[in-house]
Every structure is written in structure tokens, then in C-alpha cells.
Design a protein around this ligand. Structure first.
Ligand SMILES: Cc1ncc(C[n+]2csc(CCOP(=O)(O)OP(=O)(O)O)c2C)c(N)n1
Ligand SMILES: [Mg+2]
Length: 320
């Protein structure tokens, strides 16, 4: 791994944009301005950026119900994302999908998904398409520790393994499936151990350390592109907010949250960047301010956009 200053800045900015997007969405939701369910990604930024920043235009991403960070890392348009959260006509799904249905096919972003574990077979299918078309593409699938208990996880890993599909399975192990802690929902500590059942590599990394995620993803993507098959990559991380906005989080204690905040992925990478001379503390403030302006513009765009027309209700629902 060697990075130019521009590249490091790009990675950092991407993480800062995710955090700013999510914390802004939290405020708007609390003000009653966003309808429906919203699951936020704050605290998990290094995982999305460490993997997605290495993808090529022909690659695919299958996301989750906690998917904003994945699309921001892929270069999604924050204004269109906010418009979708606000249910506006200008949104990614013309305001008819909301947070859990945002997709952007122009970026190979196959969509957020309200069905836990549904992305795994979709990613296997997209990887099959890449292999069939011989276009050197790969598919990345994000999913949670909870999703690793679903049948779709096992089926997708099995088929991807026997067909040597170019797919990277990225488990975002944030230690909970809703209110259920990992130790209560599975009898293993490392989800990566499950890879051995399918004869593929399994690697567990600190998901709050950008460069650890980056390095593991680099190897997994290399393997996939060179026809060596899938990898199961587990990133240990933590979500700062509740499972969804409005969750009182009575199942976890403040000490646990604070202990993870000491391992904050953005602070850690910021410290490294300052040490490496990429930017100064002052320049860091300027990055946050610049990102805040972009995000605020996105919110303004969304708020000034019209609601969908009633006549559009069943448009784009079925294929012709
Ligand atoms: C098939 C299915 N079962 C149950 C649910 C309800 N549900 C929504 S999120 C969630 C937990 C997911 O946990 P995890 O996979 O660890 O992802 P995280 O929310 O921690 O990112 C559950 C059970 C669902 N949406 N889909
Ligand atoms: Mg989880």
C-alpha cells in the first residue's frame, strides 16, 4: 500500500462525508422531517471506504438496510440521497423508496436492501455476470453479523466458492443484530471462521482501522480479479447510534459505546494523517467545513424539491 497525498485526502474526505451525512440525517429525523425508518452508519466509516475506494467502474456493490455509507463511499450524490430520504420526486427512487431502497445502477450500486442477508445472493449473481461477460469486474457484498446466520449467507458462499466467483463478502460485525448481541446470536467470535466451511479464505480485521481494512480488501479484490474466487472478510466495528433512529438502545451500556468512541475510525485516521504530514489540524477543520457545506446543499436541494405526483404512484413499480 502506498498512497499519494491526494489519495489519502480523498479517503479521509469520504469518511468525513459519511459521518456528516449520517449525523445530519439523525438531526433531521429527530425533527420529524424524514419519514420512515432510517438506520445510520456512524462509527463504521472505515469499512465502507477501505473496501469501496478500491473498486473500478465495472464493479458492483450489494448494500444493506444501513447503506448510506456504502453509496457515499462509491461517490453517490448526497443531494439525491437526501431527496430520497425526504420522499421527494428528485430522489434516487423518485421519492418512492426511502433510505432502504436507494440504488444507483450507473455506479453499479445494486441497492440498499430492507431484507437482511438479501444482498449475498445478489452479489453472487452480479459476480457470475462479471465472470460470464469476462469484464474483469468484481462484486462486493456488505452484510451484518446478524445476516451471517441467514441461509442466504451459506448458499451464496457455497455457490461462489464452487464457481470461483469474483466476489468479496464483507461482514460488518458491529456486534449486534438489532438488540441481540453477537454472543447471544451465534456461538463463534469471528464470523470469518465460517469461510473454512466453504474452502475459501476468511480474514478478520479491525474494521475501525482504515488501512487494515484497505489492505485486506486489496488482497481479496486481487484474488477475485485474478480468478481465484471469493473471500470472506470480517470487519469488527460498532454503530454509534441505535439500530434505527428512535431506538432507545437499552440493550447496551454507555461504557461500551464510549470504549468504541475511543477507537473512532475517523479520529484514528486523522491522527495518522497529521503525523504523516498530509494535513494540519487547521486544514482538518477546513475539510469538515467544506463537507458540511456540500451536505447542507444536499439538504436544501431535497427540501426545495417537490413531492411525487399522485399519478406517479404505480409508475416504475413493475417492469413491462
Ligand atoms: C429477512 C429479515 N429478517 C429480519 C429482519 C428484521 N431486521 C432488520 S435489521 C435486523 C438485524 C440485522 O443485523 P445485522 O445483520 O447485524 O446488521 P446491522 O443492523 O447490525 O448493521 C433484523 C433482524 C429483516 N429486515 N429481514
Ligand atoms: Mg450487526
Amino acid at each position: 500500500m502506498s498512497f499519494s497525498k491526494e489519495r489519502l485526502l480523498e479517503l479521509y474526505k469520504s469518511m468525513v462525508t459519511i459521518r456528516t451525512f449520517e449525523e445530519t440525517a439523525a438531526e433531521l429525523f429527530a425533527n420529524g422531517e424524514i419519514p420512515g425508518f432510517v438506520h445510520l452508519y456512524s462509527g463504521e466509516e472505515a469499512t465502507a471506504v477501505g473496501v469501496i475506494s478500491q473498486l473500478e467502474p465495472q464493479d458492483y456493490i450489494a448494500s444493506t438496510h444501513r447503506g448510506h455509507g456504502h453509496l457515499v463511499a462509491r461517490g453517490g450524490d448526497v443531494a439525491l440521497m437526501f431527496a430520497e430520504l425526504f420522499g421527494r420526486q428528485t430522489g434516487y427512487c423518485k421519492g418512492k423508496g426511502g433510505s432502504m431502497h436507494i440504488a444507483d445502477m450507473s455506479l453499479g450500486f445494486l441497492g440498499a436492501n430492507g431484507i437482511v442477508g438479501a444482498g449475498l445472493p445478489l452479489a453472487a449473481g452480479a459476480a457470475f455476470a462479471c465472470k460470464y461477460q469476462n469484464n474483469n469486474g468484481v462484486a462486493v457484498c456488505f452484510f451484518g453479523d446478524g445476516a451471517s446466520n441467514r441461509a442466504t449467507f451459506h448458499e451464496a458462499l457455497n455457490i461462489a466458492s464452487i464457481w470461483k466467483l469474483p466476489v468479496i463478502f464483507v461482514c460488518e460485525n458491529n456486534m449486534y443484530g438489532i438488540s441481540m448481541s453477537q454472543e447471544r446470536h451465534q456461538n463463534i467470535t469471528d464470523v470469518a471462521d465460517r469461510a473454512s466451511a466453504y474452502g475459501i479464505p476468511g480474514i478478520s480485521v479491525d474494521g475501525n482501522e482504515l488501512f487494515a481494512v484497505y489492505e485486506a480488501a486489496e488482497e481479496a479484490i486481487r484474488r477475485a480479479r485474478q480468478g481465484e474466487g471469493p473471500t470472506l472478510m470480517e470487519c469488527k466495528t460498532y454503530r454509534y447510534r441505535g439500530h434505527f433512529e428512535g431506538d432507545a438502545t437499552v440493550y447496551r451500556c454507555e461504557e461500551e459505546l464510549q470504549s468504541w468512541k475511543l477507537k473512532d475510525p475517523i479520529n484514528r485516521v486523522k491522527k495518522r494523517m497529521i503525523e504523516m504530514g498530509v494535513f494540519s489540524e487547521e486544514e482538518n477543520q477546513a475539510i469538515w467545513a467544506e463537507v458540511k457545506t456540500i451536505v447542507q446543499k444536499g439538504v436544501d436541494f431535497a427540501k426545495n424539491s417537490p413531492l411525487p405526483d399522485e399519478a406517479e404512484l404505480v409508475e416504475d413499480v413493475y417492469c413491462d
